[in-house]
Design a protein around this ligand. Structure first.
Ligand SMILES: Cc1cc2nc3c(=O)[nH]c(=O)nc-3n(C[C@H](O)[C@H](O)[C@H](O)COP(=O)(O)O)c2cc1C
Length: 176
């Protein structure tokens, strides 16, 4: 499958079947995460997937910040992306903030995980606001780390892939 076909297949899934995600598939999401490119190959991340039935409801509540994202209640797992300290090359490390590139590194990781999930038939939805205070002890957050991202996961309730709503290419792209 070419990349654009994979990218078109992925969409933000906002309703999940009551069907657990197999461990082999969760492992593949972790492999996809680990293959992400990063500045100086510093790999400033770790991820925690919460599937445990006792922890999951609390983690889901953390993603329902200010009462939003009602659909998350059906998520079968949540993948938390944690920002760790980047170690940059000697040549540049004194010239830029060590975390200068982390947003690009971790944004790429999140998209890669969502694309891989889609190829496995698993739906994903990135959640932008979440309760970091409650999540922190659950993911054993260290003082040097921050919670960067939150992805709800599960098999999609529906097989329909919505049309992509995107700005026209002519508005976002030129060759000069
Ligand atoms: C940083 C970020 C935060 C997001 N937060 C939410 C969210 O809290 N709830 C939600 O339903 N979708 C959320 N989304 C999904 C976007 O709404 C979605 O990606 C966008 O509308 C494009 O649709 P598509 O993903 O189906 O192609 C978020 C996406 C990103 C990248």
């Amino acid at each position: 499958m070419d990349f654009i076909a994979i990218a078109k297949k992925r969409y933000s899934v906002r309703g999940f079947l009551d069907k657990p995600i197999e461990k082999e598939k969760l492992d593949k999401l972790a492999i996809a995460a680990s293959l992400t490119p990063s500045a100086c190959n510093s790999q400033p991340w770790r991820i925690v997937i919460i599937q445990n039935k006792e922890l999951l409801p609390t983690v889901i509540e953390c993603g329902r910040f200010l009462g939003s994202n009602q659909f998350l209640k059906t998520a079968q797992a949540v993948l938390i992306v944690i920002e760790t300290k980047a170690i940059l090359n000697e040549r540049i490390k004194d010239k830029v903030d060590s975390q200068r590139f982390v947003a690009q590194d971790l944004g790429a990781l999140i998209y890669g995980v969502c694309l891989e999930a889609s190829t496995l038939g698993i739906g994903s939805c990135i959640i932008g606001m979440f309760n970091e205070k409650i999540l922190a002890p659950i993911v054993k957050l260290k003082d040097s780390e921050k919670i960067f991202g939150y992805i709800g996961l599960g098999y999609p309730l529906s097989n329909d892939i919505p049309n992509k709503i995107r700005k026209p290419l002519k508005d976002i792209y030129e060759i000069i």
